[in-house]
Ligand binder design. Structure first.
Ligand SMILES: [Zn+2]
Length: 414
């Protein structure tokens, strides 16, 4: 049976009907709605000759055994944020069911092909993203912190996991699933405005940005707004304000897609009659290259010290979180680009700002690539998230071509 790209669109709408409401998708991981979605996904594959398994981290696997055990993986996540969109994550798992249908009906493939539905990509309930893929990829090393996470109702992560048959202490045993994995492919909506602005349906993803996140605390002196002359002030907010503007120049100077965001400043005492004594500023910096990411951070720190001197205030930096940039596999990026050219006539290579399960798989040592399909208005994590149907159909065709090229490549090296 030939590929039926429109069937993917119909199924995605069916999933939205089944697990969404007037506010959007409600497939938050470790909930009943998520389990309904997982069962529905299994139903799409029930007629195929696949081995099914749920691993120790709650990831679901469907395996089409090939001549060789070397495996090409197709992955995505069916969980969503609360009131999310109809495509984020589920596009790839549903598109991959179509690819598996075509492959299974063509007979035994030369290499094994597996579909994985990663558990809890979004981290919407407990604030920890990429749960299942970080367990399988092996980067999950924060078990003691994970144990302390609770949701809004006070349910702990281990309790919620246990209710879904997952033992946190054994989650890392999911690593076994990546043994023998020769390639990992993930289709995703772009969730940004780049492809739409270029008038292109699809793009090949170069990798995911490295991220540096810091809390910067500026310390001045609270003083009366009426009695303190302008020249006698030590205003903590002035330092934060100068840095918030300076990071735009820093991003421009470092270039190559650098982005810097000052996402919030909290001032104390925070009253209209006082100069600001402390200003706590949040800074997020991202780049696809480690050296450029380091340069973004270095320049921001230098600038902050300069501004602290100018304003007669103190400044301290504290790292909240960081992750290194992850470059996808050059050969697979080329295959992805070719596949896109074949179905859409033109392609574009771009980095991913958001993190994805693919980053964890790549860190786990498996050659990886992602394909992006255009997002309308760059919107995601909202019910307004959308992509044109014809672009979704092109994406399914391009994913199928990418899978075919990858299978042939792995078979030639198996
Ligand atoms: Zn996603």
């Amino acid at each position: 049976m030939p590929l039926d790209p429109n069937r993917v669109v119909r199924r995605l709408r069916e999933l939205q009907e089944l697990t969404g409401d007037e506010n959007g998708a409600q497939r938050v991981a470790w909930t009943d709605t998520w389990n309904r979605a997982r069962a529905w996904l299994g139903g799409l594959l029930a007629a195929l000759p696949l081995e099914t398994a749920r691993d120790e981290a709650g990831n679901d696997w469907w395996t089409l055994q090939g001549v060789s055990d070397r495996a090409v993986l197709l992955g995505g996540h069916i969980d969503s944020v609360p009131s999310g969109g109809w495509l984020d994550g589920c596009l790839n798992v549903v598109a991959a069911t179509e690819v598996l249908h075509r492959l299974a009906e063509a007979g035994t493939p030369p290499v094994t092909v597996r579909l994985v539905n990663w558990a809890d990509e979004e981290g919407a309930r407990f604030g920890r993203s990429l749960f299942g893929s970080s367990a399988a990829g092996g980067s999950m090393r924060d078990q003691d912190e994970l144990r302390l996470l609770t949701d809004h109702d006070g349910v702990s992560l281990p309790e919620a996991l246990a209710a879904n048959g997952v033992d946190l202490d054994r989650a890392l045993e999911a690593r076994r699933q990546l043994e023998g994995a020769a390639a990992y492919l993930e289709l995703h909506i772009e969730q940004g405005p780049v492809l739409e602005s270029m008038g292109l349906p699809l793009g090949a993803v170069l990798g995911t940005f490295g991220v540096e996140r810091h809390r910067i605390t500026w310390r001045g002196q609270a003083a009366h707004a009426g009695s303190t002359p302008m020249t006698a002030r030590r205003d903590a907010l002035a330092g934060a304000a100068k840095l918030a503007l300076e990071i735009r120049d820093i991003a421009r100077r470092v270039g190559d897609g650098a982005v810097c965001t000052s996402g919030g400043v909290v001032c104390r005492p925070g009253i209209v009659t006082s100069v600001v004594e402390t200003a706590e500023q949040l800074l997020d910096q991202r780049h696809l290259r480690a050296d450029k990411l380091a340069e973004l951070l270095h320049q921001a720190k230098m600038a902050s010290e300069h501004f602290a001197d100018e304003e007669g205030i103190g400044v301290e930096w504290e790292r909240i979180w960081s992750i290194e940039p992850i470059r996808f596999d050059e050969t697979l990026i080329d295959f992805c680009d070719e596949a896109i050219h074949e179905v859409a006539g033109a392609s574009h290579r771009l980095p991913s700002g958001p993190l994805h399960d693919a980053a964890e798989v790549s860190r786990g040592g498996v050659p990886t690539v992602m394909m992006f399909v255009q997002s309308l208005r760059g919107l995601s994590h909202t019910k307004l998230e959308d992509t044109r149907e014809e672009h979704l159909e092109l994406a399914v065709q391009a994913l199928d071509r990418l899978a075919a090229k990858t299978i042939a490549w792995v078979a030639a090296h198996a």
